[in-house]
Design a protein around this ligand. Structure first.
Ligand code: NAG
Ligand code: NAG
Ligand code: NAG
Length: 110
């Protein structure tokens, strides 16, 4: 109960301080569109509803096959996120609130 209350007040404080709208309301996390770091290296950020980066994948390989994400058949989108630390996995759905962004990274799935 105590932890829950402090989480709530942290979220309100951050929202109030930055004016950033929460993303993926009622979902655990949101994943942004690919961020191209170079010709071969790509990065995907996993955000909490406050747009804090809570996990990320940087790879030059297929992001569908390196373990953190699962993908649908074409048109390819992430349908699963796995926390590599504790193996908790989450089902992803296409961003239901279109146009949400964290910084300039458009959210792809929640
Ligand atoms: C992944 O699991 C670790 C260990 O339980 C936890 O500290 C971390 O917050 C989790 N990350 C996400 C994105 O859930
Ligand atoms: C996560 O799953 C992998 C593969 O099944 C396993 O090798 C690993 O020990 C698991 N880690 C945890 C923290 O459960
Ligand atoms: C997003 O912001 C970063 C840092 O401000 C910048 O380097 C990058 O070019 C921006 N990307 C786009 C697509 O606007």
């Amino acid at each position: 109960m105590r932890a829950q209350a402090s989480t709530v007040s942290l979220i309100s404080a951050a929202t109030f301080a930055t004016g950033v709208a929460a993303i993926c309301s009622s979902f655990s996390y949101g994943v942004g569109n690919v961020i191209s770091l170079s010709d071969t290296l790509n990065k995907w950020n996993v955000y909490n509803e406050n747009c804090d980066v809570v996990d990320s994948l940087t790879t030059s390989d297929n992001p569908c096959t390196v373990g953190m994400f699962g993908c649908t058949p074409a048109p390819i989108t992430f349908d699963k996120f796995t926390n590599i630390t504790n193996n908790a996995s989450y089902i992803c759905v296409s961003e239901p609130y279109s146009g949400e962004v964290c910084g300039n990274n458009t959210i792809s799935v929640c």
